[in-house]
Design a protein around this ligand. Structure first.
Ligand SMILES: Cc1cc2nc3c(=O)[nH]c(=O)nc-3n(C[C@H](O)[C@H](O)[C@H](O)COP(=O)(O)OP(=O)(O)OC[C@H]3O[C@@H](n4cnc5c(N)ncnc54)[C@H](O)[C@@H]3O)c2cc1C
Ligand code: FES
Length: 342
C-alpha cells in the first residue's frame, strides 16, 4: 500500500494522515476533524477549501459544487480531491458540529438480498463482517463497478450488530450509478464507505417528529421511524410521516411503517400523490397535491412550531419544504434536518 500524506489544517493546526486514494474530506472526518460537508459527491459546494502548501489532484474537475468564481480563486472541493504530497489546507468552514459520531470506514460488503418495492425502486441489503454503526437518517457512499465516483445512498435500517446495511434506491433514467447497481446480483461484492450525514435523528429532542419524504427519500425517513421506536428514550414521542409520490405505482413504504409498533396511533402516515391524472387513472381516493402542502394541511400552524422536522428527497421538494418551513412559517432552522438528493 502506498504511503499516506500528512495534511495540516491552517486555521487550527490539526494534522491528519490521508491515504493517496482517500479524499481530503473523508480522511479528515475519519480523523475526527469537523470539516464542513453535506453531499460528499461534488454537488453542494459545502466542502470548499484552498491549498496553502503542497499539491492535490481533483477526481472530478467539472464537479458542479464549484462555480466559476470559486475556480478563479483556486478553490477546490475536499470531497473530490486526493493528496499527491503533504499539504497545508484552508477549509472555508470548520465546526465541531461536523465531527462524525460514528467514525466512517470503507469496507467490502456482500449483496445478500434484493427486493422490488415499486416498478423503479428496489431495496438492496448488504452485509459486512463488523457491526453496522450509524445514526437513523445517515447515508453511505457506494463504490460501483465501472462508475466514476461513489454514489450517496441513505440507509433505511438502523445500527445493528449483524452488519446489515439496507438501502432503498430509485433507478434514475440514464444514471450511471443506478444502472450499475441494478445490474448487481446477490453474492456480488462492492465497497461501502460510511456513515456520513448530519440529518440524523436527534434522540435528545422530545418534540413531535415530522418526516417529509419524496420518491427515493423514503429510506432515511424509514430509518428515522425505526430509530424512534427502537429507542426507549423516545417512547411517547409522536411521529407524523408524510410521503409523496407521483402516481399510485410510485407509492411504497406503508408495509414497512405498518410493521412498526404504534402504527395508526403514535405513528400517523400521510401518503399523497402529486399527479392528479395518474391518481384518477389509478382510482386513488387518498390525498392529492405536493407533499409539503399536506404538512400544512394536517398540522395546525401553532403545533408546527413545536415539531422537529426531517426531510429528504429531490432538490425541488427540499426547496419547497425549506421555503415553507423556514421562509413562510418561520420554524427555527435548528429544528429542520435535511438531505437533498442532488
Ligand atoms: C446525501 C444523499 C443521499 C441520497 N440517498 C438516496 C437514497 O436513499 N435513494 C436514492 O435512490 N437516491 C439517493 N440519493 C441520490 C443518489 O446519490 C444518486 O444521485 C442517484 O441515484 C442518481 O445516481 P446515478 O449515478 O444513477 O445518476 P448520475 O446522473 O450518473 O449521477 C448523479 C450523481 O453522481 C455524482 N457524479 C456524477 N458524475 C460523477 C463523477 N464523474 N465523479 C464523481 N461523482 C459523480 C453526482 O454528484 C450526482 O450525485 C442520495 C443523494 C445524496 C446526496
Ligand atoms: S460535500 Fe463536497 S460538494 Fe458537497
Amino acid at each position: 500500500m502506498s504511503q499516506a500524506f500528512s495534511i495540516r489544517v491552517q486555521q487550527s493546526g490539526a494534522e491528519y494522515s490521508c491515504a493517496p486514494d482517500d479524499t481530503v474530506l473523508r480522511a479528515g472526518l475519519r480523523a475526527g476533524i469537523g470539516l464542513s460537508y453535506e453531499c460528499n459527491v461534488g454537488s453542494c459546494g459545502s466542502c470548499k477549501f484552498e491549498v496553502v502548501e503542497g499539491e492535490v489532484r481533483s477526481l472530478w474537475e467539472e464537479a458542479p459544487g464549484l462555480n466559476p468564481r470559486d475556480r478563479q480563486r483556486g478553490r477546490l472541493l475536499a470531497c473530490q480531491c486526493v493528496p499527491v504530497s503533504d499539504c497545508v489546507i484552508k477549509p472555508m468552514i470548520i465546526d465541531d458540529h461536523f465531527i462524525p459520531t460514528d467514525t466512517p470506514r470503507r469496507f467490502t460488503s456482500e449483496l445478500v438480498a434484493i427486493r422490488d418495492l415499486t416498478h423503479d425502486i428496489r431495496e438492496f441489503v448488504f452485509t459486512d463482517s463488523q457491526p453496522a454503526g450509524f445514526r437513523p437518517g445517515q447515508y453511505a457512499l457506494l463504490h460501483l463497478p465501472g462508475v466514476n465516483g461513489p454514489r450517496a445512498y441513505s440507509m433505511s435500517n438502523i445500527r445493528n450488530p449483524e452488519g446489515r446495511w439496507e438501502f432503498i434506491i430509485r433507478k434514475v433514467p440514464n444514471g450511471a450509478g443506478t444502472a450499475a447497481l441494478f445490474e448487481l446480483k446477490v453474492g456480488d461484492r462492492i465497497d461501502i464507505d460510511g456513515p456520513y450525514g448530519l440529518a440524523y435523528l436527534r434522540t435528545e429532542v422530545k418534540r413531535t417528529v415530522v418526516c417529509i419524504g419524496g420518491g427515493s427519500g423514503l429510506a432515511p425517513m424509514l430509518s428515522i421511524a425505526r430509530g424512534m421506536v427502537a429507542d426507549p428514550s423516545m417512547d411517547g414521542v409522536k411521529l407524523k410521516f408524510f410521503y409523496g409520490a407521483r402516481g399510485p405505482r410510485d407509492l411504497c413504504g406503508e408495509d414497512e411503517l405498518k410493521a412498526l409498533p404504534g402504527f395508526g396511533d403514535r405513528i400517523e402516515f400521510f401518503p399523497a400523490l402529486s399527479d392528479p391524472d395518474l391518481a384518477k387513472a389509478g382510482s386513488w381516493t387518498g390525498l392529492l397535491g405536493f407533499i409539503h402542502e399536506q404538512v400544512k394541511a394536517h398540522i395546525p400552524a401553532d403545533q408546527l412550531m413545536e415539531c422537529e422536522f426531517y426531510t429528504c428527497g429531490p432538490p425541488v421538494m427540499i426547496n419547497a419544504v425549506m421555503q415553507m418551513l423556514g421562509g413562510e412559517l418561520k420554524v427555527p432552522p435548528d429544528r429542520i434536518h435535511y438531505d437533498s438528493f442532488v
